[in-house]
Design a protein around this ligand. Structure first.
Ligand SMILES: [Zn+2]
Length: 111
């Protein structure tokens, strides 16, 4: 996924790209074309800067969601593996009970 945001420099009106993680309100960036120092401010009059900040935030949020999803996926897998192990152990215990109760010719009782 492209994590870069397009920023239109208010001085030279050229567009450059910056990583979404760096594009936050109050952050200062140098224009990659004219090297002017830009302050990214959410309250700016410049609609391009406002849009860049909004886009950067959306990208960051979707990256966080993606990270969370993959974490949850791995956690679910770990949980499933653990459950399977417990299930296997329970199955072994149960079959042992069945075998021993058959041995004693006893009525099969839940143990
Ligand atoms: Zn510029």
């Amino acid at each position: 996924m492209d994590d870069k945001v397009k920023i239109r420099c208010p001085a030279c009106t050229k567009i450059f790209r910056e990583r979404a993680g760096k594009v936050r309100g109050g952050v200062q960036l140098n224009c990659q074309n004219c090297n002017k120092l830009l302050t990214l401010n959410r309250d700016t009059e410049d609609p391009f800067i406002r849009r860049a900040l909004k886009t950067a935030k959306e990208i960051r949020l979707s990256q966080e969601a993606k990270g969370l999803r993959s974490y949850l996926r791995s956690a679910a897998l770990r949980r499933r593996a653990r459950a399977a192990k417990i299930g296997h152990f329970a199955l072994q215990a149960l079959s042992f009970c069945i075998v021993s109760s058959r041995h004693r010719r006893a009525t099969l009782l839940p143990c």
